[in-house]
Write a protein that binds this ligand. Structure first.
Ligand code: NAD
Ligand code: SER
Length: 316
């Protein structure tokens, strides 16, 4: 019997992942947990537990209480927030992962999902069509923690047989829950402004190209990877996956087709340097070949979905 624990469930990915896992495997089999006291509105139906993943005893007793078989670990500080709190980012992003990997090593759970990021790449990485294997010299605290995490995942698989699976997510675009401190968040904020009838000041330059993905594709990739037979998961560090790539000026051009009066200006801040160190586009051949990954959304369908789904009262 599958019993899934999501750690960091109230965030941008967790909120939508919990809903989809509950739809597929039943409300009673998916336990949402987060350091926040209360679940977000979208997660009120179903089991919710307050959990700080740095409290290993509390984590282990939740595994025991619900006889958990799989953990999706989403608690982390993202790129922009991590640069402001480097010590804590390293602590949360690494210790949280060790607590989960060790519980799998000790046989308390059977499977782990842990997300990596395009932030594992750095200024000397080939930026166009970035391959699965290449120079990786991340220059952010977040990227350091994700690259180290990838190496530990592979190590726990090889040395201890831990069934850990991972994806290097690009920037994720969604309207279910607000994003939490990333460099790619402009591509979410822009929709809230467009729909609210407000001008938008973008914190990246207009020609900054980054890999992005609509959330439903990311959720599909995540669950597909977790559900494929073990032998198909050949890469145990983390898989490149791609959806689309665009710049602020390209997404703006797409939005004004539906919101012609929408205005944008540009005022790059510290996040520009982070974005400049990341790939522009990703080669995801291994994910396609090993477990059949392919995305559904392009810039046009992402834009239409976002303009329809975004509720500006969440932000303003
Ligand atoms: P988010 O910031 O929206 O959500 C993280 C959640 O973790 C929050 O609800 C927060 O309350 C919770 N949390 C923080 N500290 C915790 C703790 N000590 N114990 C338990 N919960 C805690 O982040 P997200 O965008 O949902 O990202 C989830 C994961 O995916 C992260 O590992 C992130 O690095 C990775 N990722 C996200 C993106 C993206 O574009 N969103 C891209 C690449 C990788
Ligand atoms: N979207 C994430 C960020 O900007 C990438 O991991 O931090």
């Amino acid at each position: 019997m599958k019993k899934i624990l999501i750690v960091g469930a109230s965030g941008q990915i967790g909120t939508e992942l919990v809903l989809e896992l509950r739809r597929r495997f039943g409300e009673e089999n998916v336990i949402a947990s987060d350091v926040k006291d209360e679940p977000s509105d979208l997660l009120r139906n179903g089991i919710y537990e307050k959990l700080d993943i740095l409290d290993n005893e509390a984590y282990l007793s939740l595994l025991e209480k619900y006889k958990v078989t799989e953990v999706y670990l989403l608690a982390a500080l993202l790129s922009a927030t991590a640069e402001k709190h480097p010590d804590f980012a390293w602590k949360l992003n690494m210790e949280g992962l060790f607590n989960v990997l060790n519980s799998a090593k000790e046989g308390k759970i059977q499977k782990v999902f842990w997300p990596s990021s395009i932030a594992v790449f750095g200024p000397n990485t080939p930026r166009e069509n970035t391959p699965q294997y290449c120079v990786m010299d991340p220059s952010t605290v977040y990227g350091l923690s994700k690259l180290a995490g990838e190496r530990w995942c592979e190590y726990y698989f090889k040395k201890h047989g831990v069934d850990v699976r991972s994806i290097r997510y690009p920037g994720l675009i969604s309207y279910g829950s607000l994003p939490g401190g990333g460099t790619t968040d402009y591509a979410v904020d822009i929709f809230y402004h467009a729909k609210a009838g407000k001008d938008y000041t973008c914190f990246l330059k207009k020609d900054t190209e980054l890999p992005m993905m609509f959330m439903s594709d990311a959720i599909k990739a995540t669950i597909d990877l977790m559900e494929v037979p073990k032998e198909k998961v050949i890469i145990r560090s983390s898989y490149n996956i791609a959806g689309m790539s665009f710049t602020p000026e390209k997404i703006y051009a797409q939005i004004i087709k539906s919101v012609p009066n929408f205005k944008i200006s540009y005022s790059p801040d510290f996040r520009q340097e982070i974005a400049d160190s990341w790939p522009k586009s990703i080669d995801d051949s291994e994910a396609r070949n090993h477990w059949g990954w392919s995305p559904e959304h392009d810039l046009k369908s992402l834009t239409n979905n976002m303009l329809e789904g975004v509720d500006p009262s969440k932000l303003f």
